[in-house]
Design a protein around this ligand. Structure first.
Ligand SMILES: CC(C)(COP(=O)(O)OP(=O)(O)OC[C@H]1O[C@@H](n2cnc3c(N)ncnc32)[C@H](O)[C@@H]1OP(=O)(O)O)[C@@H](O)C(=O)NCCC(=O)NCCS
Length: 347
């Protein structure tokens, strides 16, 4: 019978070896590159260090549930919560109940257990354990060129036909909007971002606390990706920000609008930020812009700017333990703020 307890620094080689067996060499290399940043430098970590549960059999590590602690604003109250990630059980021990024990241990020790972008196996297990399923996180895409609708699974011929047929729509949706205010590119989230968060947090029923320390760690410090951060200010105070990067995908270039924050009722700031990302995407020669957003007002502003809601693959589960919420809380995420920047989706 496996014993579940906390990660110790001397577990690192065994955890890495297990990761390699379960997820393969490339994923293990990528995880190694970001591990210190992800698990030891998180400003929300408890003083005891990384929040990782380990399943042991004697001296062997046979499973883990790693987590990313965050502060979560839920209906106006701030609680300790964590995103679950990098959950794994040794192949010869899978489907014997160990995953269930790991999921349960994590859940008992956090104010809210949150999961984003699940594998088929973990999604089935969350369902079996009856975690509220609130996902997927809506995905929105703005086409900028005729290559925007290409699909890697389609033939070259089909891709050409679709590009030609949809070109008029792309031309209308992708046109450049007027930019009323120009944001500033920053490499440091200063104290005005703390004040922005304090001002806007009450607008969301559910959102991870996006204060300066969290944002600096999440979007400036990562060793594996480089983001651009643009902020709109008024009298020196941050009104809103966007975090984005440009990536080459198999069928074209994509600008990922990874995270953003503003008062959802401040249309002027939201639309100026969205228009800025358009400019940047064109400058970078992107074929489309992709983003994920739960909040209804943000999605409305994005649709008004030429984005289309498409099928999303980012599944989302959440269970709030620290405050009573009731089953209705999970019925709609229209007033929640969750983006692709949450958890460790963008890796
Ligand atoms: C996800 C994982 C940690 C679950 O651990 P586990 O010890 O196998 O889970 P349990 O034995 O407690 O629970 C089994 C349940 O999980 C789900 N499940 C586990 N493996 C599955 C698979 N390969 N396909 C579909 N469902 C699966 C099923 O609901 C299953 O119930 P069932 O056996 O009654 O159908 C483990 O399967 C694993 O390491 N998978 C590979 C890595 C992975 O996908 N990690 C998740 C990243 S988000």
């Amino acid at each position: 019978m496996a014993l579940i307890d906390s990660f110790r620094p001397e577990d690192r080689p065994a955890v890495e070896a297990l990761y390699r067996r379960v997820f393969g060499n490339d994923a293990a290399e990528a995880s190694r590159l970001r591990w210190d940043w992800q698990y030891t430098r998180n400003p929300n970590n408890p003083p005891t260090g990384p929040a990782i549960w380990i399943a042991r059999e004697g001296p062997a590590v046979v499973g883990q549930y790693a987590t990313m602690p965050v502060k979560l604003s839920v209906k106006g109250e701030e609680i300790d919560a964590s995103w679950g990630m990098d959950v794994m059980v040794a192949p010869e021990r899978q489907r014997q109940g160990l995953g269930e024990v790991l999921f349960g241990t994590w859940d008992q020790h956090t104010g809210a257990s949150l999961g984003l972008g699940l594998s088929l196996a973990s999604s089935r297990l969350f369902k079996k354990l009856r975690w509220p399923d609130v996902g997927p996180v809506p995905c929105l895409v703005k086409p900028l060129t005729r290559r925007a609708l290409r699909q890697p699974t389609w033939s070259v011929g089909l891709n050409r036909v679709v590009s030609a047929v949809t070109l008029p729509i792309v031309k209308v949706a992708g046109r450049v909007r007027r930019l009323d205010r120009t944001p500033e590119i920053v490499r440091r989230f200063d104290a005005s971002f703390d004040r922005l968060w304090e001002r806007v947090a009450p607008k969301f029923e559910f959102a991870v606390r996006r204060d300066a320390a969290y944002l600096q760690w999440k979007y400036i410090a990562p060793p594996h990706v480089r983001y651009i951060v643009a902020v709109l200010r008024r009298d020196g105070e941050a009104d809103g920000y966007v975090v984005y990067r440009h990536v080459q995908e198999p069928r074209g270039r994509v600008t990922l609008l990874v995270d953003f924050l503003a008062d959802p009722d401040d249309h002027e700031t939201v639309s100026s930020l969205v228009a800025w990302v358009d400019r940047e995407a064109r400058e970078a020669d992107s074929d489309k812009i992709r983003t994920f957003a739960t909040h209804a007002l943000f999605r409305k502003a994005l649709r008004a700017a030429g984005y289309f809601q498409v099928k999303s693959s980012v599944e989302f589960v959440a269970r709030i333990n620290a405050v009573p919420v009731g089953p209705d809380f999970y019925k709609s995420t229209d007033s929640w703020h969750v983006t692709f920047g949450d958890s460790d989706q963008d890796r």
